[in-house]
Ligand binder design. Structure first.
Ligand code: GLY
Length: 579
């Protein structure tokens, strides 16, 4: 038999059944945090403490998720929010799982061409800056539905820590100060935002300085006392609508009054004996992670090794095909018939594998569908409680500090989520995503997301809780963490810290984190036809939990800590906290 690369992959496939995972793991990371009763992993240390306190008081993982969500809106305002929206994936101790969609909706007055000029060209910044970029926020309604249906504690109990941090202030550490410094220029453009987040001299708050947000404390107190009506039907909505009308936006009272959370069935798929439970449309995340995993399942990644040219090749090709589907076929399920069943089908994955040339890079423009054209600040947190209830939340203002605007007196930063819609088929958005008609703007429609709060189970028990910010890269960040644990044997911290690659069909570029690949691996890939862009910055801030040990090896041997938490080393202000 002639020994081709194709046969080598086939041979590898059989070898992988007898070989243990590659030991050539290069990551060197701190040990994961350990806990026997619960674990909270967030991008801000004070919010992690808030979550653990709720668990210690007897609240469950959903209670902790609600308290953390409100706390992050105060102590991590570049992404934590009540002026944005997000998703919560819940996997309960009895094996049931559900998904809450509290993402933003387009205002009733939104139109398909609202960001185009008279010549049909996108107006620069219109979908990103100021009130026209704002989608109707969903976080407050989402947290309340989560609490009422799946929590056990009162709203007042869960909101008290956030209110205290807003009222009394919190002292910034190095990571906090860095995120405020990053937003200073943007926040300076809106007088109400500048008055909150910048000092009298116009500079951002620094390490050791205290930031109090009295207006936000008042808004949170009103919500705590009166419930979501205080946000959607009271003075807060009035103030936002007034500011929007005065400053070029289209938000109306009806937008707030009609906002409703959707409870949806999560997307599920199997990968090498594990069950993935993740986000359904209006997120593309779960579907696309599953589509990529289905393609990868028959490649021997463990044998090919982490960061090898062989592994990168098949991962990039799977990403290429899956992002074509993401960007052309998916949208809000109330408006679009999403081909979820087809995209999750193992036969469809085989069809994709059959098209992957084992020697050469694919060509993205050859996959153009007919009729076509994150800073990235989002945040993810993962929580598990003593009973094994697992919650993954990803929520966002879209860009860092959202639209950069605060309606006077509310203290609430508003999102710029409208940029996640297709402005015009073929024109890239903030994340370089080139999308189609399925994600066109319509009143009350939700823009397609990549947020992927994910729970992985094994034999009916929670195994991993994982997710990340990162715009269009959320999908590949989450996917790579799962593959790093299951295929490459990394512990949860190593899996999250390991350098990342990303491909999203268009542009036809493989993005590589600093020191992500060795120079000879880069040369091998370039020789196969890949265009690599070696990034000068890292991306993503994954937050993960592994159950039963810090790695598969430890789980299999037994004797590991019950809960093992890891916050991305890229998340300077974050903390994994167990108890
Ligand atoms: N705004 C980022 C996302 O939802 O994918």
């Amino acid at each position: 038999m002639q020994l081709t690369r194709r046969t080598l992959i086939a041979v590898s496939l059989s070898l992988t059944l007898t070989l243990t995972p590659s030991a050539a793991v290069f990551a060197a990371s701190p040990a994961p945090a350990k806990g026997e009763h619960g674990m909270v992993v967030t991008a801000q240390h004070l919010a992690s403490e808030v979550g653990v306190d709720v668990l210690k008081k007897g609240g469950n993982a959903v209670d902790a998720a609600v308290a953390v969500g409100y706390a992050l809106a105060v102590v991590y305002p570049n992404a934590g929010n009540i002026g944005g929206g997000g998703f919560m994936t819940i996997r309960l101790k009895d094996g049931r799982s559900t998904f809450l969609d509290f993402r933003e909706r387009a205002p009733l007055a939104a139109t398909k061409t609202m960001y185009l000029d008279k010549d049909g060209k996108p107006v620069k910044g219109a979908s990103l800056d100021g009130y026209l970029a704002v989608g109707v926020p969903g976080s407050v309604a989402g947290f309340e539905m989560a609490r009422q249906k799946y929590g056990t504690l009162t709203r007042q109990d869960l909101m008290a820590p956030a209110i205290a941090y807003a009222r009394d202030g919190f002292v910034l550490n190095q990571g906090d100060a860095a995120s405020f410094a990053g937003g200073a220029e943007r926040l300076a453009k809106d007088p109400a935002a500048a008055a909150i987040f910048l000092k009298k001299d116009g500079k951002p708050y620094g390490i050791g300085e205290k930031l109090a947000q009295p207006d936000l404390a008042a808004s949170l107190s009103a919500i705590s006392e009166k419930g979501p009506d205080a946000f959607y039907k009271g003075a807060i909505a009035d103030a936002i609508v007034k500011a929007s009308g005065a400053k070029g936006g289209i938000l109306a009272k009806g937008d707030f009054e009609q906002y409703a959370v959707r409870e949806l069935k999560p997307v599920t798929c199997s990968y090498r004996g594990y069950e993935i439970i993740s986000s359904p449309p209006p997120s593309s995340g779960g579907v696309i992670i599953c589509e990529i995993l289905n393609v990868l399942e028959l490649y021997p990644l463990s044998y090919l090794g982490a960061g090898s040219a062989g592994t990168v090749h098949v991962m990039v090709e799977a990403m290429r095909y899956a992002y074509v589907d993401r960007n052309s076929a998916l949208g809000d399920p109330d408006f679009v018939d999403n081909p979820v069943e087809k995209l999750l089908d193992k036969g469809y994955a085989k069809d994709i594998r059959d098209k992957i040339d084992p020697f050469r890079a694919g060509v993205s423009k050859d996959l153009m569908p007919k009729g076509f054209g994150e800073s990235k600040e989002t945040t993810h947190y993962s929580i598990i409680d003593k009973d094994g209830n697992a919650v993954a939340v990803t929520y966002t203002l879209n860009g860092s500090f959202g639209a950069g605007v605060v309606a006077d007196g509310t203290g609430i930063l508003l999102n710029n989520e409208m940029d996640d819609f297709t402005q015009k088929p073929g024109v890239p958005n903030l994340y370089g995503l080139v999308q189609g008609e399925a994600n066109a703007i319509e009143p009350k429609k939700t823009p397609l997301s990549s947020m992927s709060p994910t729970v992985v189970t094994k034999d009916g028990k929670p195994f991993m809780v994982i997710g990340s910010p990162g715009g269009s890269r959320i999908i590949t960040i989450t996917l790579e963490a799962i593959v790093n644990v299951i295929d490459h044997g990394m512990n949860i911290q190593e899996a999250i810290d390991a350098p990342r690659i990303h491909h999203q069909w268009l542009p036809d570029t493989v993005y590589v984190e600093p020191f992500g690949l060795s120079p000879d691996t880069e040369r091998l890939l370039a020789g196969m036809g890949y265009h690599l862009e070696l990034a000068d910055k890292t991306w993503g801030q994954a937050a993960g939990i592994l159950v039963g040990g810090k790695s598969l090896d430890e789980i299999e041997k037994g004797g590991g800590a019950r809960y093992n938490g890891a916050i991305d080393s890229r998340a300077a202000a974050g903390e994994a906290l167990g108890y």
